[in-house]
Ligand binder design. Sequence first.
Ligand SMILES: NC(=O)C1=CN([C@@H]2O[C@H](COP(=O)(O)OP(=O)(O)OC[C@H]3O[C@@H](n4cnc5c(N)ncnc54)[C@H](OP(=O)(O)O)[C@@H]3O)[C@@H](O)[C@H]2O)C=CC1
Ligand SMILES: CC(=O)N[C@@H](CCC(=O)OP(=O)(O)O)C(=O)O
Length: 342
Amino acid sequence: MTVRAAVAGASGYAGGELLRLLSGHPDVEVGAVTGHSHAGQRLGALQPHLAPYADRVLEETTPEVLRGHDVVFLALPHGQSAAVAEALGEEVLVIDCGADFRLADAAAWERWYGTPHAGTWPYGLPELPGARAALRGTRRVAVPGCFPTAVSLALAPAYAAGLALPEAVVVATTGTSGAGKALKPHLLGSEVMGSMSPYGVGGTHRHTPEMVQNLTAVAGERVSVSFTPVLAPMSRGILATCTAGAAPGTTGEQLRAAYEKAYQDEPFVTVLPEGQWPATASVQGANGVHLQMAYDADAGRIVVVGAIDNLTKGTAGGAVQSMNLALGLDEVRGLPAVGVAP
Ligand SMILES: NC(=O)C1=CN([C@@H]2O[C@H](COP(=O)(O)OP(=O)(O)OC[C@H]3O[C@@H](n4cnc5c(N)ncnc54)[C@H](OP(=O)(O)O)[C@@H]3O)[C@@H](O)[C@H]2O)C=CC1
Ligand SMILES: CC(=O)N[C@@H](CCC(=O)OP(=O)(O)O)C(=O)O
């Protein structure tokens, strides 16, 4: 079967990564590509790496342009998705890379995003317990945030196995593409090169409630997350170092066994051999997640490190994986499992 897919936000980073992946998907034909301020421009002038689509002209993002496709990917700023999705009809598969439909708790949404809650869609992280079943056959998908993808997959098995206390501490370095393509003064090359800097410190980053939501669901009790993102001088990648107090009696062997069991059948999650630690370069451009863990006996804490590419597994790859599930295709179809290191 061939499905026709539209990409809204094709001039941005997430939209560009979607098109890179869709260009290699055997069952997808790309229809409309849309933007906003760049509407009317050739895609090749904005995203020169997307050779197959270089001569496509960006259209304005409107329901009229997006109608008539089997799948519509929305890679738009937060708050733009609900109105578009509503106008497309329930039979179209709409996959939202933004945050609008990720949180189940309306009060949490309003607190963190400051706007009325648009709703909750099936969450596009199939590796979380129960998520895959909800994605099969769905016509709506909320793609997770990039940090919640890395952190939830890094900590879920420990909480599912009862090996971690419900207070996690996460420090995650990220590449600059996570901030999108629009000009931001703190992301100028001269500000970022040769330096690492934290932001969203002290429980203020909006991905915190999403991590809390995911880990609380797995643990069966409220898990708090103290999250500190750190900007690193690289364009792609997230390296999340996640720690939590170890539940009494936890051993290193139990910890490793919990991860190996949780992910033994997962095509995109690799629990690295003992002693080998994740690196962002190993998953660059791939839909993979690399994990390694240790039990720090002196501190009484578990330490789990996860690496993803924020644009691939952290956004567009996760979106395509969810599309495959929603359409009944092989989950791995069209998705690269191999990175581009060095
Ligand atoms: N970058 C990442 O790592 C991740 C991004 N996401 C999410 O994906 C979405 C896109 O992010 P990203 O690609 O990084 O952002 P970019 O800033 O790179 O791209 C934003 C896109 O949205 C379009 N756009 C801007 N304003 C409007 C508007 N008013 N109406 C319609 N379209 C508009 C832009 O078009 P134009 O340029 O033509 O104005 C552009 O195509 C966001 O919701 C983001 O949160 C999710 C996970 C990770
Ligand atoms: C470097 C950087 O700024 N990264 C972004 C992560 C963006 C992301 O994953 O996504 P959503 O906007 O879809 O939630 C940030 O920390 O806000």
